[in-house]
Design a protein around this ligand. Structure first.
Ligand code: PEP
Ligand code: MN
Length: 293
């Protein structure tokens, strides 16, 4: 791929670890979990406590929601950010939250540990530049109609502003299939790893929109080498103000976390074996994956 001066990976080069307060994307399996939207303090803090207990490393929650309809719940804005701050103080979990407007980047950045740029804004180049200038770590989701090359070029906009803390997130693309909300393109995990040194997560919640598919697709993502997951969890999904059909209960999330941890250990063991045995393609892939500490 041409012109990926900063995001491209030279063959054999190590992958980048994005370290956010000791949470190391690209080295350990990092699960970000939390509600689609911040709705109330109780809903957010209780969800945060539950996902932390289950092993999540960061809390997600939207205070600014990019909604299809202008009449749908748009998020609590500043009030939502203050609730997230409260949840962070209660749990110690760093906060991932979306920013949708260039004018909001700097003040939202005062509350967020990671700024999320959503699928609908992936190619909002002024937002990407502003996010780059903020110096905050950025979670960049793949646009629903975007190619790998377009996605990596968007990351390039952020790195070009001197901000190297970019984490990519595959969240599904639009295809002719309408059974699932999106078609979760897990082939992007090895594809990103082959073309870029940046870590890549998978969002099986928006990627499928179907509760029963979140566990199998999360496991598949880990098997394919994802650096982490972003999963929607709500203390009472039926009452959620957005995406109520795809949010896991804390109990279901805890079950999933146990399986993910065991699967990741197994994948790491396979890597160790490949490295011990030496010279096959799997060993080369594993060597690259073991980023510099
Ligand atoms: C989200 O994660 O809250 C979200 C809106 O996701 P996406 O931008 O992938 O649709
Ligand atoms: Mn959502």
């Amino acid at each position: 791929m041409k012109d990926l001066k900063l995001t491209g990976r030279r063959p054999g080069a190590k992958r980048t670890v994005v370290d956010i307060g000791g949470v190391r994307f690209g080295e350990e399996l990092v699960v970000i979990a939390g509600p689609c939207s911040v709705e109330t303090e109780e809903q957010t803090v209780r969800t945060a406590v539950a996902v932390k207990e289950a092993g999540a490393r960061m809390l997600r929650g939207g205070a600014f929601k990019p909604r299809t309809s202008p009449y749908a719940f748009q998020g609590l804005g500043l009030k939502g950010l203050k609730i997230l701050d409260r949840a962070r103080r209660e749990t110690g979990l760093p906060i991932v939250t979306e920013v949708i407007d260039t004018r909001d980047v700097s003040w939202v950045g005062e509350y967020a540990d990671v700024l999320q740029i959503g699928a609908r804004n992936m190619q909002n180049f002024s937002l990407l530049r502003e996010a780059g200038k903020s110096g905050k770590p950025i979670l960049l989701k793949r646009g629903m109609h975007s190619t790998l090359e377009e996605w990596l070029n968007c990351a390039e906009y952020i790195l070009a502003e001197g901000n190297g803390s970019v984490i990519l997130c595959e969240r599904g693309i639009r295809t002719f299939e309408t059974f699932t909300r999106n078609t979760l393109d897990l082939s992007m995990i090895p594809a990103v790893h082959s073309q870029s040194h940046l870590p890549v997560l998978v969002d099986p919640s928006h990627g499928t929109g179907i509760l029963s598919m979140i566990e199998p697709m999360s496991l598949a993502a880990v098997a394919a080498g994802a650096d982490g997951l972003e999963i929607e969890v709500h203390i009472d999904p039926p009452s959620a103000l957005s995406d109520k059909d795809q949010q896991l209960t804390p109990a279901a999330f805890a079950q999933l976390m146990k399986k993910l941890t065991r699967l990741r250990r197994f994948v790491d063991e396979l890597c160790d074996e490949a490295l011990d045995e030496g010279s096959d393609a799997a060993a080369a892939r594993c060597a690259e994956a073991r980023a510099e500490a």
